[in-house]
Design a protein around this ligand. Structure first.
Ligand code: DQA
Length: 146
C-alpha cells in the first residue's frame, strides 16, 4: 500500500536547521529512513518535500482523488495555512500529522495547529522517529487495528 509523505517548508534544509530541535539527520537521510521504515512495515512511502503551499495543496488533491493515505509534516504551515487544512479535509483515506519537534513545548505560536482538526492523529517530539511511529499508526489504521 502506497503512503504519501509530505514535508513542508524548510524541511529540506535540516542540514542547517538547529539539530538540538530537529535532530541530526539531513533531509536525504530522513527520506531514506522513512522509505526503509515503510518497507519494514509492508508499506511503500512516496516521500516529497516542498516549500510551496500551492504544490502541497496539489499533492493533497492528488491523494484525495486516488484515495491515498497521507502522513504530513506541514512545518510552519501547520500553524496558519487554512488552505492546506481545507485540502487535507478532502482526503478520504487516513491523515496523520507529524512533527520532528514537540511544538507544544516551544514558542506559543507553534501551539496552534490548524491541521490537527482534520487529521486522525498527531505525532510529534520524537525526532525522525515521529515518522516511523506515524507509519506504524498508519498501518494499524489501514488494517483496522485502531
Ligand atoms: C515542525 C515544527 C514547526 O513548528 C516548524 O515550523 C517546522 C518543523 C517540526 O517538524 O517539528 O518547520 O513541523
Amino acid at each position: 500500500m502506497k503512503i504519501l509523505v509530505i514535508n513542508g517548508p524548510n524541511l529540506a534544509r535540516l542540514d542547517i536547521r538547529d539539530s538540538s530541535i530537529y535532530g541530526d539527520l539531513n533531509y536525504g537521510e530522513l527520506k531514506s529512513l522513512i522509505e526503509s521504515a515503510a518497507t519494514t512495515h509492508g508499506l511503500v512511502a512516496d516521500v516529497r518535500q516542498s516549500d510551496d503551499e500551492a504544490t502541497i495543496i496539489g499533492w493533497l488533491h492528488e491523494a484525495a482523488d486516488s484515495n491515498t493515505p497521507v502522513i504530513i509534516n506541514p512545518a510552519a504551515f501547520t500553524h496558519y495555512s487554512y488552505a492546506i487544512r481545507d485540502a487535507a479535509e478532502l482526503l478520504k483515506a487516513p491523515l496523520i500529522e507529524v512533527h520532528l519537534s514537540n511544538p507544544m513545548a516551544r514558542e506559543e505560536f507553534r501551539h496552534t495547529s490548524v491541521i490537527s482538526g482534520v487529521a486522525n492523529g498527531t505525532i510529534g517530539g520524537f525526532g525522525p522517529n515521529s515518522y516511523v511511529l506515524a507509519l506504524i499508526a498508519m498501518k494499524n489504521l489501514l488494517s483496522g487495528a485502531n
